[in-house]
Design a binder for this molecule. Structure first.
Ligand SMILES: N[C@@H](CCC(=O)N[C@@H](CS)C(=O)NCC(=O)O)C(=O)O
Length: 200
């Protein structure tokens, strides 16, 4: 399959999860501002939405939207979903929360210059990180299993560090655990990024 990504963007969660699921993929870097691929081709010809992540599956199907992509990858390997009858639904619930309540409102923090607007966004997003921190059960969001929601949360915590957003202490252990994983190390190496914690 083909995987379309941009370094340090939300697509990093897909990269991590593809590695966790041990799926083969061809990565393609996208310039999300010009919507061009590295060879100059127009990315919107592949994904008319213009954004990343996107997968083109082996049968040619285009798959977009973080929540759908992370759900699909996790469903390829039972070990990447929370246990139990409601495991997939609980995972989807968490993906939807991260996607709509953290990821989307967070994006303007990278661009908005107005201080009052910056403060407003920070005040919106910080308690949402707070709620997620209250859901940590052991190493990760659903106990010892690392899921698609954990990959997405890790990327959002990287974003928080990038803009100096103070997040809850409970995430310290989560970040350290995540950065010990081969999948996270591989994603950071592929995107030429440093881990958040030097001990990783
Ligand atoms: N609704 C999409 C949004 C994805 C998204 O916002 N991707 C950003 C990178 S984090 C992007 O590619 N932005 C460029 C653009 O919107 O053209 C999803 O949840 O997957």
């Amino acid at each position: 399959m083909d995987f379309y990504y941009a370094p340090a963007s939300c697509s990093q969660a897909t990269y991590i999860l593809l590695r966790e699921a041990k799926l083969d993929f061809r990565p393609h870097k996208v310039d999300i501002f010009s919507h061009a691929l590295e060879d100059g081709a127009d990315y919107t010809q592949i994904n008319p939405k213009g954004y990343v992540p996107a997968l083109v599956l082996d049968d040619g199907m285009l798959l977009t939207e973080n929540a759908a992509i992370l759900d699909w990858i996790a469903s390829q390997s039972a070990a990447l979903l929370p246990e139990g009858k409601m495991g997939r639904t609980r995972h989807l619930q968490m993906l939807a929360f991260i996607s709509t309540e953290i990821h989307k409102p967070f994006i303007p923090l990278f661009f908005v210059e107005d201080e009052a607007e910056q403060a407003r966004i920070r005040e919106t997003v910080v308690p949402r990180f707070g709620w997620i921190s209250s859901q940590l059960e052991g190493d990760y969001l659903f106990g010892e299993r690392f899921t698609g929601a954990d990959a997405f949360l890790y990327v959002m915590l990287r974003w928080a560090a990038m803009v100096g957003l103070e997040t809850q202490d409970k995430f310290e252990e989560f970040i350290e655990q995540a950065e010990r994983r081969a999948s996270v190390k591989a994603a950071l190496e592929a995107e030429a990024l440093e881990p958040l914690r030097s001990a990783a």
